[in-house]
Design a protein around this ligand. Structure first.
Ligand code: ADP
Ligand code: MG
Length: 698
């Protein structure tokens, strides 16, 4: 029978139907998938020795027969056993290991590995790894010193069984694995072939092989993504046309006259890059990174006014209604008296109003449309959208950007897309995740900002926080109180009740903030109520808002100088950083109180970091360390497959190399159309064809 990588596991020689069935439960349905099931790590196996050769303090591997067992209950429950071979006796003990009862009985032959220590006259192995050798006859041969792969496994099938299955079929699979890198290219980078790399992962002869093959496989993952990203980018650059916006000294002066501030050097830098982008006929695709409060809105406004100066349209999409409403209010104030026609469109816009608005939009009677993801609905058609700004990118994925592009009525024209984010994504990561974007960084904050002092207190010392708030309000300042839930009744993981807006508002009204005008703000209020509340807070009529994280992004009231976060350990680092960014916006010193009784070391760690730094980049790095990139950037939802082998933190150098290689490659061969690139292209389309929308690229 001839075997292919697509041959079902049931048909592979050497695998019993039972094993094949178990492999299938792990999704290892055919030869290719089985061989691509890579170990998560490798364990050092010592050469097997007889018991009389074992020395105290050494890591050992030996086999023999269990001659006695004894469960010990009580204060230090444990399971003891005696292992004998023809040379002697070794005592085994597993602390808290009473479950071993089911596995080990007198008469069973086992192989054990672990550290042995002297105990009385003999030797003892504490918590050794144990492998029950097949009862009926044929035992595995004694192994030499080696590395044993440890595979992702399940309750039904363990790593050792997977290893055995893979070893059986590996010789069949290896010759079938096609190489996708040219030989010279691969040699230059000192990498094994793909087939060799798989062999080295499953049957490593040395530690160097483990590392070398891992390097190759991680590089491949990066290279594929980077090639996809570069192809897409080349395609966007070369095939798609965007309106080339007019730009002159006069226009620049005109726009600046409208802005209420002199731009900071950070804003200047971003504006320069954007102006250059927008005056070209290739669609810009730029990520604008700037820490919370760095003034990204002005940068966006500048770009949108460039569209208006060229008689084209612009849009600004925000992640929440509150933020969209606020952008609308803020920009309306700034643009008052100008000829710029602004409009707001959210999910809450009433139907008749919406219809009228869409009509105006298509006729070109609206210049700047502000809204939420409602802007992405299919019937939203612009006359000619030239600049699309997306605020707070981390909440939107790659797909939405593609969608925005499609919303232009004129199919041949694509808007310039600017994506603003306050999540300071480490550069390498940004390139990986949003690789088809150029990046501008708005460095520094507007002048006169006072530092925010962050203090963590336990719930018993809640008083300290609210006394500070009360004093500030007495001085004419304002505050936010952030609470995890809206209504009472939810209980957290530890059974601890989650604090809610309603309860906290009532407590404060009757307690620490008696007589102060307070209001609730959260996503379940109607738009009118929210807008009215925000407006009354903005003008200082309401002194403190008790809110959920709806105020997390963008809300901008410089007179607010204090924030209290209740149950702060329930929020992620990035979220706390965003929340804290609501204060420290004016010229008076601000305070952020984090009330929490953290129950995990991780929670404690997060709060400690928050108190130590206000630098978004430091926090982002920490967040990555604590939670991993998938969680931090929502890449799971965004559709970018997490890497199996590559590690964004550990393999940065490799990522850089892959990025350079991919750029050069696509320059040489923009569509990977040479016959010798067929395997590579097939693999690329399989991995990223859909998520990166490469299908129309060809
Ligand atoms: P973010 O980057 O977090 O979106 P915003 O655009 O909301 O920041 O700006 C934060 C605050 O700084 C706002 O109050 C804004 O009016 C103010 N601001 C923006 N640019 C400047 C500037 N050049 N000089 C002074 N204040 C500025
Ligand atoms: Mg903002």
């Amino acid at each position: 029978m001839s075997v292919a990588l697509t041959t079902a596991v049931e048909e592979l020689p050497g695998l019993t139907p039972r094993v094949a069935g178990l492999l299938r439960t792990l999704g290892l349905t055919n030869l290719g998938r089985l061989v691509a099931h890579l170990p998560t790590r490798h364990e050092r196996l010592e050469a097997e020795a007889t018991i009389d050769q074992l020395a105290s303090g050494a890591n050992i591997s030996t086999r023999g027969e269990i001659t006695a067992t004894r469960p010990v209950f009580g204060k230090r429950p444990r399971f003891e056993a005696v292992l004998m071979d023809h040379t002697g006796r070794l005592d085994l003990v597993w602390f808290n290991g009473l479950y071993m009862r089911d596995k080990i009985h007198p008469g069973v032959r086992v192989r054990v590995q672990g550290k042995v220590t002297r105990r009385g006259p003999g030797l003892q192995a504490v918590n050794p790894k144990v492998e029950v050798l097949s009862a009926e006859g044929e035992e595995p041969p004694e192994h030499e010193a080696a590395w044993r792969p440890v595979y992702p496994a399940s309750e039904q099938i363990n790593s050792v069984a997977i290893w055995r299955a893979i070893k059986k079929v590996l010789p069949l699979a290896l010759p079938l694995i096609e190489e996708h890198l040219p030989e010279a290219f691969r040699r230059e980078r000192e990498m094994p072939t793909l087939s060799e790399a798989y062999r080295m992962q499953h049957e490593p002869a040395s530690e160097a092989e483990i590392l070398g093959s891992r390097r190759r496989l991680a590089y491949d993952e990066f290279l594929l993504l980077q090639l996809g990203v570069h192809i897409r980018r080349a395609y966007l650059r070369e095939r798609l046309r965007a309106p080339a916006l007019k730009f002159s000294e006069g226009i620049d002066r005109h726009i600046r006259e409208r802005l209420p501030f002199v731009l900071t050097p950070g804003q200047e830098g971003a504006v320069r890059e954007i102006a250059a982008d927008l005056s070209r006929a290739t669609p810009a695709n730029r990520l604008i990174q700037g820490d919370v409060g760095s003034g990204k809105t002005m940068v966006a406004l500048y770009a949108m006014l460039m569209a208006v100066a060229s008689e084209r349209q612009a849009s600004l999409m925000a992640p929440t209604e509150i933020l969209a409403e606020q952008h609308y209010e803020g920009l309306s104030r700034i643009l008052k008296g100008s000829r710029v026609r602004l409009a707001l469109l959210t999910g809450g816009t009433p139907r008749p109003e919406r219809e009228a608005l869409l009509g105006k939009l298509a006729a070109g009677d609206v210049d700047v449309l502000i809204g939420t993801h409602a802007l992405l609905t299919e019937d939203v058609k612009f006359k000619e959208l030239a600049v699309a700004v997306i605020d707070e990118q981390h909440r939107f994925g790659v797909h939405q950007r593609a969608r925005l592009r499609a919303s232009a009525t004129d199919e041949t024209s694509t808007p310039h897309v600017l994506v603003m984010t306050a999540t300071p994504i480490p550069r390498t990561l940004a390139i990986t995740l949003f690789g088809d974007l150029d990046i501008s960084v708005v460095r520094g904050l507007p002048p006169g900002r006072m530092p925010i002092e962050t203090r963590g207190v336990s719930s018993e010392r809640r008083r300290d926080a609210y006394e500070d708030v009360a004093e500030r309000i007495a001085r004419g300042e304002q505050a936010y109180v952030v609470v995890p839930a809206i209504e009472p009744g939810e209980a957290g993981a530890g059974g601890e009740p989650i604090r809610d807006v309603r309860t906290v508002l009532k407590e404060l009204e009757e307690g620490y903030l008696k007589g102060v005008r307070l209001a609730a703000l959260h996503g379940r209020l109607s738009r009118e109520t929210r807008e009215a509340t925000m407006e009354r807070f903005r003008v200082g009529e309401i002194k403190a808002l008790v809110a959920t994280t709806v105020i997390e992004v963008g809300v901008d009231v410089p007179n607010a100088t204090a924030m209290v976060v209740e149950q702060a350990d329930r929020f992620g680092l990035a979220q706390l950083h965003q929340l804290r960014g609501r204060v420290g916006r004016g010229t008076r010193p601000s305070a952020c109180w984090l009330i929490a009784d953290p129950v995990t070391p991780e929670g404690e760690q997060r709060l400690a970091v928050m108190c130590q730094t206000t630098d978004g980049f430091v926090l982002a790095e920490k967040d990555l360390e604590i939670r991993g990139p998938g969680e931090v950037f929502g890449t799971r939802q965004a559709g970018i497959a997490p890497f199996k082998v590559a590690d964004l933190m550990r393999d940065r150098a490799l990522l850089d190399m892959a990025r350079r290689d991919a750029a050069a490659w696509i320059k040489r061969s923009p569509l990977l159309a040479y016959p010798e690139e067929a395997v590579l292209k097939r693999r690329l389309m399989k991995s990223y064809g859909e998520t990166l929308g490469l299908a129309d690229v060809g």
